[in-house]
Design a binder for this molecule. Structure first.
Ligand code: UP5
Ligand code: MG
Length: 196
């Protein structure tokens, strides 16, 4: 597909900030195609015959960022598939890019982003949400040890991406501490400021 035919909004924020929750609301109200990089990686990890399965498993448990070639390819494939089978061309890309090399590679080879929705949430709140979700999620990284590592990666590796887009005036910051419904009201206000 051609970059000029598609629209991409990145959705960033710390682990447990509520990216997935708010993307579901955005899909319902605006009809975007939601692609979570983490979900795509977890699906690839489960895919029989995947050459990356073990590597992805290890990276996710350690809260590290999987080499960008793998993730960018999974996203590009999923975008192409959504365009072909659903005719959808407006994408919410959730949990990506979370390292500078990914950001540059994606915008250069796939499509420049329109802007980034950034969910801002204190670590203590995110930790409580993740530990709570960990009781039932079955996610290999929803445990205290992995959560600590995910937070460190977020600060050291992913925040520089947010700062990079911020300098381009492409970040809309949304406080994510209130109830999901209240946060979504702020999301809708933010979307209006960007012409949606
Ligand atoms: N919840 C949500 N909003 C709430 C609110 N306002 N009030 C109270 N509770 C709220 O929410 C998390 C939990 O909080 C849920 O129980 C929810 O009900 C509740 P969710 O919407 O799932 O938050 P989200 O920000 O999506 O959290 P998630 O755990 O998915 O964030 P991560 O960024 O850690 O996970 P992701 O799946 O994106 O990535 C996982 C791993 O994949 C990474 O650590 C990394 O190892 C790997 N990865 C890469 O290597 N490369 C990539 O590009 C992407 C991922
Ligand atoms: Mg998520």
């Amino acid at each position: 597909f051609s970059p000029k035919d598609v629209g991409v909004i990145f959705v960033l924020g710390g682990p447990g900030a509520g990216k997935g929750t708010q993307c579901a609301n955005l899909v319902r109200e605006y009809g975007f195609k939601h692609l979570s990089a983490g979900d795509l990686l977890r699906a690839e990890q489960e895919r029989p015959g995947s050459q990356f399965g073990n590597m992805i498993k290890e990276y996710i448990r350690e809260g590290k960022i999987v080499p960008m070639e793998v993730t960018v390819q999974l996203l590009e494939n999923a975008m192409g598939e959504a365009i072909r089978t659903e005719g959808k061309k407006r994408f919410l890309i959730d949990g990506f890019p979370r390292k500078m090399d990914q950001a540059l590679k994606f915008e250069e080879t796939v499509c420049p982003s329109q802007f980034t929705l950034f969910f801002d949430c204190p670590e203590s709140v995110m930790q409580e949400r993740l530990l709570n979700r960990g009781k039932t999620s079955g996610r290999a990284d929803d445990n205290a040890e992995s959560i600590t590592k995910r937070f460190r990666t977020f600060i050291e590796t992913s925040m520089p991406v947010v700062d990079f887009f911020e300098k381009q005036g492409k970040v809309v910051k949304i406080p994510a501490i209130k109830t999901p419904e209240e946060v979504f009201q702020d999301v809708e206000t933010a979307m209006k400021t960007r012409g949606f």
